[in-house]
Design a binder for this molecule. Structure first.
Ligand SMILES: C[S@@+](CC[C@H](N)C(=O)[O-])C[C@H]1O[C@@H](n2cnc3c(N)ncnc32)[C@H](O)[C@@H]1O
Length: 403
């Protein structure tokens, strides 16, 4: 192995790495890292080596990720392949010990930085595995990752291993890279908490079920009472709608702008004959329009789930979910029964939990609405988070009870 270049990093990066943050963003220091080097040894202002970095000169926002802060770094780099295997095994072991994961066929085997495998996410989807790279760095380690997975899960066949490059340029990296192989069957069903879902790996960027929300779905169980009426806003393929029906909701309304996702939701309903689809109503329209319509019709719900995309555009201007919340809350309140509950999600690392909660409390105060915080929601179980790394804690939610 060639000698690994030692590079001084930005004073802020020095501080962040010391507090457990594993990313180096573009700056006048990281932009000068030698482009051809796979690894970089980061040094502090006194030229002392402080971390071994995985280098990604092509990434727009994350130029390097911390692999190790354990000295000596050239040895850490020499043992890199063995360390990948060790870290993968450790991540799998954690999942085997998590009893709750037995209730679903979809879970994360590896959750990036929090499993000490920066930018690498591995999803188990029934008898398939989806390997997601958030940095091109991992490209040359594809086969070692695949082999390690198949050693632990020998039942997973080669044609059931999928690779996807995710992150910055969504449009270019839409589908798993090998989704066009002729021997691949990209559509299948999997089970979560006794419900069947249709998964399509070869049809869009996301495959039909948000696994990072599975543990949250489970934790909402105690709030969805039998015979309650439920409104699921930004429903996507209907995971929360089906879950509410399974828990005994007497009627569920799902709203999504996309005909494709509403059609997918209907297919999911069809896969679960024990659910009474007559108790479900789908509205293919914007959430704004749907709320206006429901207000005019004087509809009332006991439980409302609101999970907007982090930002959306009406063709002219882009609005962030956090900014849109005040108006959404005003409208949702009009269709929520007394003692009813609102579940508000925010899916971005750019707003911290504290900021989100504060903004929502301010919205409620400005609207003169009286709600009590019943629960805070965050990533859990198979989706661990890392102290000092807010980018990894992107998903947050609040359950509010109407007083
Ligand atoms: C983050 S996903 C919701 C995921 C869903 N809650 C789940 O757990 O499966 C956002 C969804 O909002 C839909 N969407 C985006 N803007 C919308 C709007 N203005 N009105 C209705 N739906 C919208 C998208 O089509 C997408 O399905």
């Amino acid at each position: 192995m060639n000698k690994i270049p030692e590079c001084l990093i930005h004073p802020v990066s020095i501080k962040l790495i010391r507090s457990g943050h594993p990313w180096i963003t573009p700056d006048s220091f990281s932009n000068r890292f030698p482009r051809q080097s796979e690894f970089i040894i980061a040094t502090d202002d006194r030229k002392r080596p402080m971390a071994l970095l995985m280098h990604d000169p092509y990434h727009k926002n994350v130029k390097a990720r911390v692999w190790s802060t354990k000295f000596p770094f050239d040895r850490e780099a020499q043992h890199f392949t063995a360390s990948i295997q060790g870290r993968l095994d450790l991540a799998f072991e954690k999942r085997f010990q998590e009893a709750a994961l037995k209730e679903r066929e979809n879970y994360y085997l590896v959750f990036g930085e929090a499993d000490q495998l920066p930018g690498l996410f591995v999803l188990k989807l029934k008898d398939r595995v989806l390997i997601q790279f958030y940095t091109q760095f991992w490209n040359r380690y594809k086969s070692i990752i695949q082999t390690t997975i198949q050693e632990v899960f020998p039942e997973i066949k080669d044609e059931n291993i999928w690779f996807q490059l995710r992150g910055e340029t969504r449009e270019l990296q839409k589908l798993p890279l090998n989704s066009n192989d002729t021997d691949r069957r990209d559509e299948f069903h999997l089970q979560e908490f006794g419900l069947q879902y249709l998964i399509r790996l070869g049809s869009s960027y996301d495959h039909g079920l948000y696994t990072d929300m599975s543990s949250i779905r489970h934790s909402l169980k105690k709030f969805i009472a039998k015979d309650s009426s439920v409104l699921n806003l930004f429903s996507y393929t209907g995971a929360f709608s089906l879950w509410a029906m399974k828990l005994g909701a007497s009627n569920v309304t799902s709203v999504d702008l996309s005909p494709k996702y509403i059609e997918w939701l209907q297919q999911n309903l069809g896969l679960n004959p024990d659910l009474n689809s007559a108790q479900h109503q789908a509205l293919t329209m914007s959430v704004d329009d749907a709320l206006e319509k429901l207000i005019v019709e004087e509809k009332k719900f006991d439980f409302i789930i609101c999970d907007p995309p982090s930002s959306s555009s009406d063709g002219e201007k882009r609005t962030s979910a956090i900014k849109a919340y005040k108006d959404l809350i005003r409208k949702m309140d009009k269709v929520l029964n007394p003692q009813g509950r609102l579940v508000l999600f925010l899916n971005t690392h750019q707003v911290t939990n504290q900021k989100f909660e504060k903004t929502i409390q301010e919205n409620l105060a400005e609207l003169k609405l009286n709600y009590k915080l019943a629960m805070r929601l965050s990533l859990g179980q198979d989706c661990p988070t890392l102290k000092g790394f807010p980018e990894g804690s992107y998903l947050k939610g609040l359950v509010l009870e109407k007083l």
